[in-house]
Write a protein that binds this ligand. Structure first.
Ligand code: G1P
Length: 271
């Protein structure tokens, strides 16, 4: 069973400047609620019991946000506002399930994952990239179902415009399992148009095997001199580890770019 999730949160958020110059992008409000809470709610609804946040000293504000229960408690003492009481209970619930680890140098997503090595208990765990919001359908929940059925690793996926392949991890199909699930033959991080094996991109939800840590320990920096999780996934696939691409049915919102971030509030307000 998948009960643990990890969330890399040490990114600087430069694509969202000026909003992120003093503020953590994951706490920015999307339709009146910090973005990270959508991700946490997706985890809770998918049956996750423990979430590991990978933050940095610069992003300590995220920890402060979830450790602010005393502040709420004091307000509630004098002001019994049901809305604030509800928020207080929510914060307490989140706090209980979150563990914090640090990645102080932005060396890439693969390096962030490695920081959680000693905390992962089961053979598989979930990773969510907080820039990628998926609404209207719980993508993690659907992926966990696929994982339980095939006992394999799973990555969320969608078709993208070929012109944008260099923005994503792009994979090559091996076999169709059914309408929404494909076995992967290869995956390449941010390929050029000529390198790209398809227009199928990996989106920020992954069910990864614990085995990935031994690959990450040896992983050399790749594109932009970062340690990419995609490169370690590629090594595992080459050793016949089964990875399934799951075409999710929800709506994808890219909250890591300014345009996408603005659009996400509009889309969520329509729900
Ligand atoms: C990361 C992954 C990439 C994936 C993308 C999805 O890239 O490295 O493979 O396609 O998330 O959003 P990043 O957004 O960190 O550049």
């Amino acid at each position: 069973m998948i009960k643990q999730a990890i969330i890399p949160l040490a990114g600087l958020g430069t694509r969202l400047l000026p909003l992120t110059s003093v503020f953590a992008k994951e706490l920015l409000p999307i339709n009146g609620k910090p973005g990270i809470e959508y991700i946490l709610d997706e985890c809770i609804d998918a049956g996750i019991k423990e979430v590991i946040f990978i933050i940095s000293k610069k992003k300590k504000m995220i920890k402060d946000y979830f450790y602010n229960d005393k502040f709420y408690k004091n307000i509630i003492k004098s002001k019994k506002d049901p809305r604030i009481i509800k928020e207080y209970k929510k914060i307490l619930k989140y706090k209980k399930m979150i563990k914090f680890v640090y990645q102080n140098k932005p060396l890439g997503t693969g390096d962030a994952v490695l920081k959680t090595k000693k905390y992962i208990k089961s053979k598989f765990f979930l990773m969510l990239l907080p820039d990628d919001l998926i609404i209207k359908n719980n993508c993690s929940k659907s992926m966990i179902k696929i994982h339980n059925q095939y006992k394999s690793s799973v990555m969320a996926s969608m078709s993208i415009n070929r012109k944008t392949v260099s923005r994503w991890g792009i994979y090559k199909l091996k076999k169709k399992i059914d309408k929404k699930n494909f076995l992967i033959e290869d995956v390449i991080e941010k390929p050029s148009k000529s390198e790209a094996p398809s227009n199928k991109a990996v989106i920020g939800r992954y069910i990864l095997p614990k085995k990935i840590f031994s690959k990450l320990l040896k992983q050399k920096p790749g594109k932009s001199n970062e340690i990419h999780i995609t490169d370690s996934i590629q090594s595992l696939i080459k050793e016949n580890e089964k990875f399934i691409a799951h075409i999710f049915s929800g709506k994808y919102l890219d909250c890591g770019s300014l345009n996408g971030y603005i659009k996400s509030t509009i889309e969520i307000s329509k729900l």
